[in-house]
Design a protein around this ligand. Structure first.
Ligand SMILES: *[C@@H]1O[C@H](CO)[C@@H](O)[C@H](O)[C@H]1NC(C)=O
Ligand SMILES: *[C@@H]1O[C@H](CO)[C@@H](O)[C@H](O)[C@H]1NC(C)=O
Length: 368
């Protein structure tokens, strides 16, 4: 009886795999991002101060040990990739990465603390900025070209899907902090323009390296993350940060609309979940949340706690908190954000159900 169940499960899995491969060839994804998408890169940067290598990060993912994600469960990119039937790409710095792994799974270059600008997040000491991530991707294209030859390699990279999800740190860990030079060099308007000029150059390089189907994720109401609230005297959301997020989103949307028709075979799309997250924060109960203003993982009354640690205490029900730590949404909030983005990008999926987080094999936990 047990054997039959196991056999039919195996068949379901095999059929599932065939459907995905049948529809998509070998579609994989390449992810460029910050801590919202990092799945282990920073845990392998020895000097960085931005790490998710302590419990209780990852508590609702795989074996429950820290895996590099800055949340309790899945990231938005995990959930969107799952729902469109794509494999989860391993972290670029994962030592098990080689050409075969890349061809089967793609790569995730995302790094906590990273920004569109090189100068963002310098006080984390080490992080991969978007330019650096693109440089590493360039190296990946050369590696694959060496293995497959130019034509097959070009096809592989042109068929892949690309995610670019950065920008929050350019504000929170740069422009909005008076210790950074950008905060006195620019004003709200010229800083967003500077970000767009930089992002445009970066997207052009990605297109040149083969990116055709690309999504840029916009920013949420970053003035409402617990850290920003606790830094305001009233405990309310910081209006200026939210306005900056809205103007970033508007400008990025316009950039993508103007860029797409100029680039051969490009499907470059922008999507954000600002409105939904804003509504969740105002009306958490409507969405099944009970808390939308403080971190699930916190050091009691000591706030802001810079990171979640084994000395922290956890909220009673992690599915009912919008925020996992001072900066990052919980798995449940990420699911809501991902669903909104899927709607915005108009995905139909390839017919494979998204796996439950418990059934996933977590990347090997970091040893450092
Ligand atoms: C940003 O950093 C990259 C290296 O990662 C470098 O090649 C590039 O010139 C830098 N760009 C600027 C504008 O400083
Ligand atoms: C555009 O797509 C077509 C069909 O996939 C392909 O043959 C052609 O080489 C592509 N052009 C560029 C510049 O990528």
């Amino acid at each position: 009886m047990k054997f039959e169940i196991a056999l039919s499960l195996l068949l379901v899995v095999l059929v599932g795999i065939t459907i995905i491969q049948g529809c998509n060839g070998k579609a994989v994804q390449f992810i460029f991002g910050d801590s919202l998408s990092d799945n282990g890169n920073n845990n392998r940067l020895s000097m960085t101060l931005a790490k998710a290598n302590l419990p209780y990060y990852g508590i609702d993912f795989g074996n429950g040990l820290p895996n590099g994600r800055f949340t309790n469960g899945r990231t938005v990119a995990d959930i969107i990739g799952d729902s469109t039937g794509l494999p989860r790409p391993p972290a670029f710095l994962d030592p098990s990465i080689d050409e075969d792994v890349i061809l089967e799974n793609g790569v995730n270059y995302a790094s906590g603390g990273g920004g569109i600008l090189n100068e963002t997040g310098t006080y984390f000491i080490q992080r991969l900025s978007l330019w650096k991530q693109i440089e590493l991707f360039h190296g990946t294209t050369e590696l694959i070209t060496k293995k497959l030859g130019k034509q097959a390699s070009d096809e592989f990279f042109q068929e892949a899907r690309y995610v670019v999800a950065l920008g929050s740190n350019d504000f929170i860990n740069n422009y909005l902090m008076p210790v950074y030079r950008d905060s006195w060099t620019y004003n709200d308007e010229t800083f967003v323009e500077y970000l767009m000029e930089t992002l445009e150059k970066q997207l052009l390089v990605l297109h040149k390296l083969g990116a055709r189907e690309l999504m840029v994720f916009g920013l949420g109401p970053m003035g409402c993350i617990p850290l920003q609230r606790v830094l305001s005297t009233t405990g309310k959301c910081q209006d200026r940060a939210n306005k900056l997020a809205l103007s970033f989103n508007k400008a990025a949307n316009n950039l993508l609309i103007s860029l797409e028709p100029k680039l051969t075979n490009a499907s470059f799309k922008f999507g954000d979940a600002y409105d939904v997250v804003d509504d969740v924060i105002r009306n958490p109960y409507k969405y099944g949340f009970t808390n939308a203003d403080s971190p699930c993982c916190s050091l009691g009354r000591i706030r802001p706690a810079l990171t979640c640690t084994p000395a922290s205490t956890l909220c009673g029900d992690r599915t009912k908190y919008v925020f996992w730590d001072e900066y990052h949404p919980s798995d449940s909030a990420n699911e809501l954000i991902a669903k909104e983005l899927i709607k915005k990008f108009g995905f139909t999926g390839v017919g494979s159900p998204s796996p439950a987080p418990e059934s996933d094999i977590a990347p090997s936990p970091s040893n450092d």
